[in-house]
Design a protein around this ligand. Structure first.
Ligand SMILES: Nc1ncnc2c1ncn2[C@@H]1O[C@H](COP(=O)(O)OP(=O)(O)OP(=O)(O)O)[C@@H](O)[C@H]1O
Length: 245
């Protein structure tokens, strides 16, 4: 059964921050700024994912990989086409995503896990393990904004990977962690996969992609140019762009 079904997906963005005219423009009496139009960050993207598949998403910088994960997570909506997702999604897609700067580590854990449907009793039971996995026992009462960037990723991975959601989305955030922590995360991802979870993994690291993923999606200029076994997708990508994932 398909757990993710993406059909004719398209999303466009404005190149500029805002298309509204500035205050100064109003007084100038004409539109002083050029208004470059919108562009399609993704277009005509269709694929289906079966439960338990591990998909690696590859492509050069800015080709729509993170945007695809955000669409699957439901944090942005498409302009064209549809994304149907069966079951909950645990998204590790932006370092600060979901965490509130001024709340403490403890408060953030309860907030995020609570939003994903964990009860207070479940969070109470899992709390110490989450903090221990992140290795931030001394910072439970610290406001999130005062954690180092590596500590933020540790906390986010620990909490998100503890959620009981069938689909996990992992963007490149893990690259921020140190080597030992990355390995700890990778072992947990392998356990979750063995457990039957579905994984969407964006990475520029060929070895990591091969380690987890059986299937690859190759995005270029917002189009899905290849959907196939990860080895074949990586070779095609290497041929097109000089061997780097
Ligand atoms: N909220 C947004 N508003 C405007 N443009 C955006 C927005 N989000 C993404 N984009 C643009 O959409 C395009 C695709 O971005 P995306 O982050 O999906 O690329 P990516 O393939 O994940 O790149 P990278 O490998 O660098 O992480 C880029 O041109 C980016 O500037």
């Amino acid at each position: 059964m398909a757990v993710i079904d993406v059909a004719g997906l398209g999303i466009r963005f404005k190149r500029t921050r805002s298309s509204r005219r500035s205050f100064k423009d109003l007084f100038a009496g004409r539109d002083r700024r050029t208004r470059p139009g919108e562009f399609w960050a993704l277009r005509d993207v269709s694929f289906a994912v079966e439960a338990g598949e591990a998909i690696g998403v590859v492509g050069r910088n800015g080709q729509g990989k993170s945007t695809l994960l955000k669409l699957v997570a439901g944090v942005v909506l498409p302009d064209e086409g549809t994304v149907s997702v069966t079951g909950g999604v645990a998204p590790l897609i932006e370092i600060t995503g979901g965490f509130v700067a001024d709340l403490t580590v403890r408060e953030n854990v309860y907030l995020t896990a609570g939003l994903h449907g964990m009860t207070k009793a479940e969070i109470d039971a899992a709390f110490d393990d989450m903090i221990a996995f992140a290795g931030i026992e001394d910072f439970v009462g610290t406001p999130y904004k005062h954690l180092s960037s590596g500590m933020k990723v540790r906390l986010a991975f620990s909490v998100i990977s503890s959620l009981d959601e069938p689909i996990m989305l992992v963007d490149e955030v893990l690259a921020v962690g140190d080597k030992a922590f990355r390995e700890q995360c990778y072992e947990r991802i392998e356990r979750l996969l063995a457990d039957g979870r579905t994984l969407f993994f964006v990475s520029h690291n060929e070895r990591d992609l091969k380690r987890f993923c059986s299937r690859g999606l190759y995005l270029d200029k917002g189009r899905l140019v290849m959907d196939g076994p990860i080895d074949a997708v990586l070779s095609r990508y290497g041929e097109d762009h000089g061997g780097k994932a």
